[in-house]
Design a protein around this ligand. Structure first.
Ligand code: ZN
Length: 236
């Protein structure tokens, strides 16, 4: 347990037995009750959580996503390898809502979920910068799991991904959370993303009025006015 897992509580004296029954423990030095958030949910002790001072730092919201991949033969060694292609909210099956990794910024966010264990389990190559002789430049790219050759974007996004979507052939590489900052520039396509947000800070400046609906619970909706289809070029 780290210090961050401890939540200190403001428990009035007459309520101390109830707090103890819920798992609260007494810190004699600070003379306050606290709970281990690994064992006790914030909701269970919400009545005693001290008011939090507003924070202005952006990037505190996280979105629950699946990282999707497409498996096919490597052009060089012909062995099956998986390329990272995009993010979807965990609750969505609508691939029109995918944030597509053809965009280098989106692919960069995939790195956070792409641990060695996850790659090994799904035969996904390393995502890193490679030099492309075709494009005569280096860019962040998918590579072959076996031989590490660059797997270019052209076929992946102009033909293979569309076919895979039609045939429901995408594989889930990982599930996890990415920061709202990772998706905020790619306006959320429709309300299938509503409820995908795990946590957010209502004082965060970047919400800018773009987030509509109730500011609590799991029923947020998003402004779709600037949405562009993910396969149609970089949104915005
Ligand atoms: Zn290969």
């Amino acid at each position: 347990m780290t210090e961050d897992d401890r939540a200190y509580l403001d428990v009035p004296f007459p309520e101390k037995d109830r707090a103890r029954a819920l798992g609260a423990r007494w810190d004699a030095e600070r003379r306050r009750w606290w709970v281990d958030l690994n064992r006790v949910s914030r909701d269970a002790v919400s009545a005693w959580l001290p008011a939090v001072a507003p924070r202005r730092s952006p990037g505190t919201a996280t979105v629950r996503v699946r990282l999707l991949g497409l498996t096919g033969p490597c052009w060089k060694c012909h062995r099956p390898t998986t390329s990272v292609v995009g993010f979807l909210p965990v609750k969505s099956d609508d691939l029109d809502n995918m944030l597509v990794c053809r965009d280098e910024d989106i692919l960069r966010h995939a790195l956070g979920l792409l641990t060695d264990d996850v790659r090994a389990a799904t035969s996904t190559g390393v995502v890193k910068s490679r030099y492309s002789h075709t494009e005569k430049r280096s860019y962040l790219s998918n590579g072959c799991f076996h031989c590490d050759m660059l797997l270019g974007n052209f076929h992946l996004y102009h033909r293979e991904l569309r076919e895979a979507i039609e045939h429901d052939a995408l594989v889930t590489i990982a599930r996890g959370a990415v920061g709202w900052a990772a998706v905020r520039d790619f306006l959320v396509p429709d309300n299938t993303w509503a409820g995908a947000v795990l946590h957010y800070d209502p004082t965060a400046a970047f919400f800018d009025g773009r987030l509509h609906g109730p500011l609590s619970g799991q029923s947020w909706e998003f402004d779709l006015s600037e949405w562009r289809p993910p396969l149609g070029g970089r949104p915005r």
